[in-house]
Design a protein around this ligand. Structure first.
Ligand code: NAP
Length: 283
């Protein structure tokens, strides 16, 4: 009997999309959704416990949990390494030993901000967060585990799923609050529901290695915010253009971020543009 897939990070934005996907497909194989109370990635003993558990033997682990606070990683690099890199490496090696498999989420922050980049481009992270995600990717590949690394950028999630760029823009603009948005960071966002659906379909179709998922519109954060405002019938005049350097953030952000998605297009056809993607999100 095939062990049911395990999703770790079911409370996060991508994890919640996996929960919706599971609810909508009613997959009889079932999924186990695990949260921090089942496995703490910052605690090596807790990671070993999950890795050695009977449920993990022969199972696919969808790893949607991570230390995603980019400036927080810069402030606490030891924690970032444990959660984002060491824990992932330990899980990958244990899964390899137990005939399990791993679907892991990574990011365009593994690149140098001179993109967008393709799956075959070499990583050159600018931040602790990006470096720890590269370490995780390398540990997964070295472990020999059956795996798919899905890189995403600026996932757009329904506001109820937690803070995302989408909820930040809609929440503030609907409250009539002005927001300052950078004009020099580029990306091609995709919604979390498509991310979950396409990740799962790709896995089931036998896609392995590294896969970029992204939308068909490559734009600055400022222009993306304007698209969102127009979709939500909010006042675009409340969006004030600034430069990344104005934010004085701890971690360096990739400027020309985003992901080239030729492999995705071969699998799922031409990527939807941003107005189409936004239609799948509640206003
Ligand atoms: N958001 C982005 O802009 C973005 C962009 C590119 C790639 N990604 C990647 O995509 C994946 C999913 O991101 P997301 O946006 O869904 O993240 P998110 O909304 O920040 O959720 C993070 C998840 O990780 C869990 N988590 C955090 N620290 C943990 C720990 N020490 N032990 C166990 N669980 C822990 C959280 O649990 P709690 O709910 O208990 O805190 C939550 O379920 C991550 O690998 C991330 O690096 C995200």
């Amino acid at each position: 009997m095939v062990a049911p897939p395990i999703v770790l990070g079911g409370t996060g934005k991508v994890g919640r999309a996996w929960q919706r996907l599971h609810a909508s497909t009613g997959d009889p194989a079932g999924f186990h959704f695990l949260g921090r109370e089942h496995c703490r990635l910052d605690d090596p003993a807790s990671v070993s416990e999950l890795a050695g558990s009977p449920e993990a033997q022969g199972a696919l682990l969808v790893l949607a949990a991570a230390f995603t606070d980019v400036d927080g990683c810069e402030r606490d690099p030891a924690r970032a390494e444990q959660v984002n890199a060491h824990a992932v490496g330990n899980l990958a090696r244990a899964l390899a030993k137990g005939s399990g498999a791993l679907l892991f989420y990574s990011t365009d922050f593994v690149f140098d901000g001179k993109g967008p980049r393709s799956e075959s481009d070499g990583p050159e992270p600018l931040s602790v967060y990006g470096r720890t995600k590269v370490q995780a990717e390398e540990a997964i590949r070295a472990s020999g585990v059956d795996h798919l690394i899905v890189r995403i950028n600026v996932p757009l999630a329904p506001p109820d799923d937690g803070e995302s760029f989408y909820s930040f823009v809609t929440g503030n603009l609907k409250a009539g609050k002005p927001i300052r948005i950078v004009t020099d960071q580029w990306s091609n966002p995709l919604d979390t529901d498509r991310i979950a659906k396409w990740s799962w379909e790709a896995w089931q179709r036998g896609v392995r290695g590294t896969l970029h998922l992204g939308g068909g519109t490559y734009a600055t954060r400022y222009d993306i915010a304007r698209f969102i405002a127009e979709y939500a019938s909010a006042d675009t005049a409340l969006i004030q253009p600034i430069r990344t350097s104005d934010l004085k953030q701890l971690a360096e952000r990739p400027k020309r971020g985003g992901l080239l998605i030729a492999r995705q297009s071969e699998l799922f056809g031409t990527a939807p543009d941003l107005p189409t993607i936004l239609k799948s999100l509640p206003k």
